[in-house]
Write a protein that binds this ligand. Structure first.
Ligand code: HEC
Ligand code: HEC
Ligand code: HEC
Ligand code: HEC
Ligand code: HEC
Length: 215
């Protein structure tokens, strides 16, 4: 009897150690899971059907974002350009390039190029480009230095906490409307004061109530 009791008593610390270890493993797993690129999506850069480079087109050639993403200031969805937009140039430039073969095929068959979406919010969260690009939020603030990317990758978590960080203090992030598509924008030293004035004058009030984003 005494032996059984003492065994049980001895089992206790072992059990709690196992629980602690198990908990440790769980915590490590949870941290790994929630902070891995698959979960936060930061760093997600899927290969695309055409080796299209923003670094070349938006960076070196200096094309404005809106040359291709034409809907970004008047719709929720920021469109990816139709093949026609590429052919404006590529019907004359690099017409023999193998890299452009899928573009020419799409042009002949009329079937759109199947670009792989990089940024994706869950269906239960609503987002509109127009409301942001018309209220002083630049592409760069959410998408980073696209003009330096060979392949587009996600640079911000696009999590709820991230959205709210700006919604609570927009004055830290806004820029003048004519700088929306500027890459490498450098704000003047008194930009927070300027933005506070603008926020008050234009009544810029990003919502923090749940139903604004979840409906
Ligand atoms: C010549 C046309 C063109 C120009 C100019 C252009 N883009 Fe794009 N953009 C594309 C194409 C095509 C894709 C889809 C393929 C890809 O992701 O690379 C795309 C994809 C994107 C994506 C990823 C969309 C997703 O799937 O989540 C972002 C963000 C983006 N562009 C932002 C910009 C910004 C910011 C600029 C200006 C600095 C810009 N683009 C200029 C053609 C263009
Ligand atoms: C304003 C003109 C212009 C537009 C619009 C344009 N491109 Fe280009 N593109 C160029 C130039 C210029 C080059 C570089 C050619 C060189 O290096 O000699 C190029 C190069 C390329 C290359 C590399 C070709 C190679 O053989 O190395 C690809 C791929 C490409 N573009 C895809 C696209 C796609 C896809 C679109 C539409 C979303 C597009 N381009 C729109 C001007 C344009
Ligand atoms: C306030 C942050 C924010 C700003 C500013 C912003 N975007 Fe986006 N962008 C997003 C989010 C979030 C998504 C994913 C939307 C979804 O899945 O519903 C996205 C998706 C995209 C897409 C893929 C198509 C789509 O609409 O889902 C393109 C292309 C794009 N953005 C281009 C741009 C360009 C160009 C600009 C600047 C003119 C810009 N974005 C400004 C946050 C932003
Ligand atoms: C860098 C700043 C910034 C970020 C990041 C940002 N927002 Fe906003 N958001 C704004 C501003 C500014 C407005 C405009 C408020 C106004 O017009 O009063 C706005 C407005 C909105 C609105 C209101 C639309 C309407 O019709 O009134 C929604 C919904 C919204 N944002 C969702 C999001 C979501 C979802 C995210 C994250 C994926 C996000 N925002 C990230 C600054 C931001
Ligand atoms: C500015 C827009 C915005 C507001 C306001 C907002 N949410 Fe969210 N919420 C989001 C986005 C975007 C996601 C998706 C995050 C992701 O994909 O990581 C999300 C995700 C969630 C989730 C899923 C779990 C998670 O954390 O990913 C829950 C639950 C949620 N929100 C509840 C709420 C509640 C409750 C409120 C009000 C107190 C609220 N949200 C206000 C944008 C918002």
């Amino acid at each position: 009897m005494a032996q059984i009791f003492s065994r049980k008593a001895n089992a206790l610390p072992t059990l709690s150690l196992m629980a602690a270890l198990g908990g440790g493993v769980f915590a490590i797993f949870a941290i790994w899971y929630f902070f891995s690129p698959e979960y936060t999506d930061v760093g997600y850069a899927p290969p695309q059907p055409v080796e299209y480079s923003h670094r070349l087109h938006a960076g070196q050639l200096g094309l404005d974002c809106q040359y291709c993403h034409t809907q970004v200031t008047n719709a929720a969805f920021s469109n990816v350009p139709a093949t026609q937009t590429c052919m404006n140039c590529h019907s004359q430039i690099r017409t023999e390039s193998v890299k452009l073969l899928p573009v020419r095929e799409s042009w002949v068959t009329g079937e759109s190029i199947e670009w792989v979406k990089v940024h994706k919010l869950p269906d239960y969260a609503h987002f509109s480009h127009a409301i942001h690009t018309n209220n002083g939020v630049g592409c760069e603030t959410c998408h980073g230095r696209i003009d330096q990317m060979e392949v587009v990758s996600q640079v911000e978590p696009m999590s709820m906490g991230w959205c709210l960080e700006c919604h609570r203090q927009p004055e830290l992030f806004l820029r003048p409307d004519d700088e929306i598509t500027t890459m490498g924008y450098e704000p003047p030293s008194d930009y927070v004061q300027q933005n506070l004035l603008r926020v008050a004058n234009e009544k810029i009030l990003p919502p923090t109530n749940c139903s604004a984003c979840h409906y």
